[in-house]
Ligand binder design. Structure first.
Ligand code: PLP
Length: 402
């Protein structure tokens, strides 16, 4: 089980020459172990892709490449990023709404192995572009389920969202596919929920989706080669030591070895969340209207996740002995306080009214579980504050320092 907490050596590396400190710290060895741990319970023949949108840093992609089946991308930019970081051999599959003809040209030119089609128009567009290029493009139909899906934090399907082809329109999509000679139907795609913490419930959802795919294939006489069951394996930001039970999930979903169709997953958050921390120095302490605040070098322009989810992000206090000033060092002891960033907006909050034993100006806060949907989803240049350092620890694939 991997949960990265900044070690004294890593803190020293992050604070050398940076005053006050502000850095993302990544442990690439822990990241690799996490990918292996997630894959281990899956039967042979199941693909486990990494969803690049969770964290697209080239060092993350390079570290993961030997430990995942390939990469799931959702833009032409992500295709190029994977090719640049990992090279021409990496397997890539592409999904996402709002595809353009240029996206499909890039996908074909870059050897992406399959497109997950999200609308009837996208089917016709992909067929037209593949015809123009003179090739046949393998596709999965992405489904937006009819029924509501309980339990997860974010819902992409089983609800009124912009994702996938609604279940009732799947027969229409299959009919259109018959007029698309440059597309090869290979199966169905479901990414219905994100951050599902119920492994048994998630296995039941996946089993139902697999059954639906088999039914459609039988009804319409289709050769069902692949069912992609998306990502969505959960983490718990309120309990960093909690883990999605991948063993129970795999046992429930794969009671017997099954050769066809080939099952695929494409997980982001559970792969990338745990191996990184976001370190911020406390630059001021104050009280207002009876509440205590710590002001940090950093904030939601680097790490928007807690404000986007409206949660208190888990953290550890990293005390620091040194105090360079001649005046007394301010501190707050045994109270609740709010961790605020350096932006001029009351929304720049990373944790609200949380209890700390003791916090002094000059101490550091290490936000845990900061590797997924952190830096990548944030508005880095709002207010023109200096970007954080980004440090990657752990030997590279060839044994060199990353
Ligand atoms: C975001 C996304 C994923 C990854 O989801 P996680 O919840 O991070 O595992 C997988 N597939 C699609 C289509 C996505 O949009």
């Amino acid at each position: 089980m991997t949960l990265y907490r900044p070690s004294p050596a890593h803190i020293a590396a992050a604070t050398r020459g940076a005053d006050p400190a502000c850095a993302f710290l990544h442990d690439l060895d822990a990241l690799r172990r996490q990918a292996e741990t997630l894959r281990r319970p899956l039967p042979p023949g199941v693909d486990f892709f990494y969803a690049v949108k969770a964290n697209n840093d080239p060092r993350i992609l390079q570290a993961l490449a030997p430990h995942v089946s390939g990469f799931e991308v959702a833009s032409a930019g992500e295709i190029l990023r994977v090719r640049e970081a990992v090279g021409p051999q990496a397997r890539i599959v592409m999904g996402g709404p709002a595809r353009t003809a240029d996206d499909i040209r890039t996908l074909l030119a870059q050897g992406v192995e399959r497109l997950h089609v999200e609308s009837l128009h996208m089917l016709r567009l992909a067929d037209a572009v593949a015809r123009e290029v003179g090739t046949v493009l393998p596709v999965l139909l992405r489904v937006n389920l009819t029924g509501p899906v309980p339990g997860a934090t974010l819902t992409m399907g089983g609800a009124a969202t912009q994702f996938g082809i609604e279940q009732g329109a799947i027969p229409d999509a299959i009919a259109i596919l018959r007029d698309c000679p440059a597309l090869r139907f290979e199966g169905f795609h479901f990414h219905t929920v994100s951050n599902d913490r119920d492994a048994a419930g998630h296995a039941a959802l996946c089993a139902a989706q697999l059954a639906l795919a088999r039914d459609w294939a039988a009804t319409h006489g289709l050769d069902l080669r692949i069912v992609n069951l998306g990502g969505g394996w959960g983490v718990d930001y309120a309990d960093p030591d909690w883990r999605f039970d991948t063993d129970a999930f795999a046992r429930a979903l794969f009671p017997l070895p099954d050769a066809a169709p080939r099952v695929q997953f494409e997980c982001g958050r559970i792969v990338a969340a745990y191996h990184a921390a976001y370190l911020c120095e406390v630059v001021d302490l104050k009280r207002a209207h009876g509440r205590a605040f710590a002001l940090l070098r950093g904030g939601t322009h680097h790490f928007r996740l807690p404000s986007s989810w409206g949660h208190d992000h888990p953290f550890v206090v990293l005390p620091r002995a040194a105090w360079p000033h001649p005046w007394p060092r301010p501190d707050i002891t045994g109270e609740r306080l709010t961790l605020a960033g350096e932006l001029c907006t009351p929304k720049d909050i990373l944790a609200r009214d949380v209890r700390v034993e003791r916090l002094r100006i000059g101490d550091r806060i290490g936000f845990l579980m900061a590797g997924a949907y952190g830096w990548d989803i944030s508005h880095h240049d709002f207010l023109c504050h200096a970007h954080p350092q980004r440090l990657f620890f752990g030997a590279g694939p060839d044994g060199s320092a990353a």
